[in-house]
Design a protein around this ligand. Structure first.
Ligand code: PBG
Length: 335
């Protein structure tokens, strides 16, 4: 019998170029990557992070040497997280935006060393709070939402004044994007700084290693009341729509791998917004340790995962593996 149309589907994808044409829109270039960096107040130190082998926290005086080869390989954007252990923490996150804050100190330096590099700053209170929560608390330990977003907006504006190109609020308080936009407008900064909203940020066990890295583990309770429940795709949609209404310029889904349906849903619902997928600390550790134990080859597994994120609709992937991926891209090996 004569074969039906499409019967020989697989014979059409034998040649490597034919295979690549199947995913031509999902390729990874340096522009599809954002590199998260922990900046510490111990200015001359590089501190390896036990929970994330291969990742370190950097003092301001160690960062240039770390980034120079990466920028030479095409690194185009970074996401800065401040971590303090010399400066004191308190219940108002005073050092989130003080002149001694490591992020505020490092931004002008980064701009001087790497004028082309895009600088995004995570905006949150947890690394600077004695209790480790992302917002200001009432005396009974519950979140004071209005004081929290006021403080978050002040911090975002401080990073913007220091020269950040993007502020990325990760605290998940209600109304934070609107509060940030309003204060940016008041300070005449709204045309200089974009807001990347952690629009769909789920409460996740995959953040475990990060809390070690950022020294921001809550002293009591958890973050479930301000982060989305993992089953809540409807809430993710509402939260994303609300952030857009409040003026978000770009959107994020986090974590990435276990939430690729949300990445796809977000891209399909809001195709006009650049979409970021954050491959978080637990995803990094999972892939690293599985490869270490011989479960798979790291490069092959990571390439498949990155491709899946792009296929789901992520424009930019925030990944701790960025230095390694830039190496592969530079060596022109296929991704
Ligand atoms: C803090 C923040 C967290 C992450 C980014 N910003 C931790 C959390 O919300 O508990 C997680 C990033 C990662 O795991 O790599 N608000």
């Amino acid at each position: 019998m004569f074969p039906q149309k499409n019967h020989y589907l697989h014979s059409a994808i034998g040649h490597p170029t034919l295979r690549e044409w199947q995913s031509i829109n999902h390729q990874i270039t340096p522009k599809n990557l954002m590199y998260p960096i922990f900046v510490i107040d111990e200015e001359n130190e590089e501190q390896p992070i036990d929970a994330m082998p291969g990742v370190s926290r950097f003092g301001i005086n160690r960062l240039r040497a770390h980034l120079e080869p990466l920028v030479a390989k095409g690194l185009s954007s970074v996401l800065l997280f401040g971590v303090i252990s010399q400066l004191p923490k308190d219940d108002q996150a005073f050092h989130a935006d003080s002149n001694e804050n490591p992020v505020i100190k490092v931004i002008p330096k980064l701009k001087e060393w790497f004028p082309e590099l895009l600088i995004a700053c995570d905006v949150c209170l947890c690394p600077y709070m004695s209790h480790g929560h992302c917002g200001v608390l009432h005396t009974d330990g519950t979140i004071n939402n209005s004081l929290s977003i006021k403080r978050i907006a002040e911090v975002a504006v401080a990073y913007a004044k220091a020269g950040a190109h993007v502020v990325a609020p990760s605290d998940m308080m209600d109304g934070r994007v609107g509060a940030i936009k309003e204060l940016l407008i008041k300070n005449d900064l709204v045309h200089k700084v974009a807001v990347l909203s952690y629009a769909a940020k789920f409460s996740s066990t995959f953040y475990g290693p990060f809390r070690d890295a950022a020294k921001s583990k809550p002293a009591f309770g958890d973050r479930k009341c301000y982060q989305l429940p993992p089953g809540g795709e409807g809430l993710a949609l509402r939260s994303t729509t609300r952030d857009i209404q409040e003026g978000a310029d770009m959107l994020m889904v986090k974590p990435a791998l276990a939430f690729l349906d949300i990445v796809k849903q977000t891209k399909q619902t809001h195709p006009e917004y650049p979409l970021f997928a954050y491959q978080v600390s637990g995803e990094y550790a999972m892939i690293y340790h599985a490869a270490q134990k011989g479960a798979f080859e790291l490069k092959v597994a990571l390439q498949e995962i990155l491709l899946s994120m792009r296929r789901a609709g992520a424009d930019v992937i925030i990944s701790y593996f960025t230095p390694m991926i830039l190496d592969w891209l530079t060596l022109k090996s296929k991704i």
